[in-house]
Design a protein around this ligand. Sequence first.
Ligand code: SER
Length: 585
Amino acid sequence: MNLKDLYIDFFISKGHKQIPSAPVVPENDPSVLFNTAGMQPLIPYLMGENHPYGTRLCDYQKCIRTNDLDEVGDTTHHTFFEMLGNWSLGDYFKEESIEWSFEFLTKHLNIPIDKLAVTVFAGNEDIPFDEVSYNKWLELGINKKRIAKTVEDNFWIAGTTGPCGGDTEIFYFRSDDEIPETFDPEDNRWVEIWNNVFMQYNKNSDGTICELPKKNVDTGMGVERTTAILEGVNDNYESSVWKDIINLISNISGIKYEDNKKSMRIIADHIRTAVFISADPSSIKPSNTDQGYILRRLIRRAIRHAKKLNIDTSSDWEQQIAQIILNKYSKYYNELITNKDIVLEVLKNEKIKFNRTLEKGLKEFEKITKNITDNKLNKDLAFKLYDTYGFPIELTVELANELNIQVDIEGFKEKFKAHQELSRIGAEQKFKGGLAGNSEIETKYHTATHLLNAALKVVVNKDVHQKGSNITPDRMRFDFSCDHKLTDEEKSKVENLVNTWIKAELPVTKEQMKKEDAIKSGAECMFIEKYPDIVTVYRIGDVSKELCGGPHVSNTKELGYFQIKKEEASSAGVRRIKAILNSDN
Ligand code: SER
């Protein structure tokens, strides 16, 4: 049995309910492009909402981290990974959590206790030393010398605000060397395999920390890393997670893994992530903004490295690789079965598009770099490579780095903005915010998105549906399906209707019900697959009914005056509204 199955079975035996993995694109968490941790879809519940599945949950969550995209190619970095997690929402706390982690590692994964070491929170001015965890580890038989106390590394928060707390991290000795008696967390032969966060605080945007309504546990274990460790390989790509994919790439190219590990790792990683993004219910397609841009970058970088392996990139090489990934994971993720054809088509179309210009672009790049005398590639040339040959700037930078040439990235970005595209290129860097940034104003904007959604249906068309949203403390952004630019009349009607509802002081209520009943009752919902069988439905008077995790204000009168600032195209068939709430009206 593999790690995922063992893990889920174990936590089910400890009274946990398995929840489905949320989509890789978060539905209502606007400031992140992708889910980056198992806890992210659970933020509303960690903040106090009741979870329909109860107080003990476990899952494997699809995660995507793109900050390290350019690091992929070494032995450990991946853009997509699966995170195993178990949660207590105000149920068990430190003692049980530690006990079960220990039991799973030593009894089910059969890790000898001597290979384990842990860190615990040493305490700071806000939060005291975690004596309970420390004593629990001792009681379980971990030697005192293998328990390190640290501060920075034992406080976990996603970004800068939101649920957080001290944690205890579990390390495994990944080396054939003699195991040192004393554990040094800085010694990289010790690798972290599990993080148990005791999430009992919320960090507010003013930096203050307050207690959450409940004491929660949030744990995370990376499948790729732990599998490699258990299988005793130092290169993650040699573990059973990757081996068949790497072998296939090696067969297609006729090149041994040893002879170009970097390109093979990049292809394996990037195609796997591209498969999961394009299979997601959010229907992301390669584009020049946000998630679509990441998808484009991944596919194009994979193609470039396929060329380095002398693969005929006009063949069906990427279809073969995608197919092996689809087969491997479809047991765990149903969307890989239902959206298989879409995935294969996305890859093929992007390949055809890029292949058309790649060859010429590489020639142009060579021509450009031959004439460079000061090791600098200027913004105009970088922009030409982007605009004419479809080279994502990161690709140009990677190619240039191989020749020790510096690219004027800032200049490129300025030029880029001037062309009014990709101004949100930096969005992937963001983590904080969204549901994690549940400030009062963000909560108001959240409720306002439901009203806007309902108003658009009345004024424009009942078939208008939400395609995305993004909330900051300063404004809301709402994407919706619509085949035309809104007229001034439509915009003012929508604005007036939302304000009428606000003035009507409509109560906001929530209720839990079976998903099928919620859908039958006509409740609005963006990604039906994402929701568990029992869902929370938010109603605003009788004007809006939506499946949602919250949080929301309790009455529309709290919202102030709603004003549309902008209405524009977002992508084909999708319009975008930016709006604000004014408190003084
Ligand atoms: N949220 C913590 C992490 O990502 C534990 O799951 O490490």
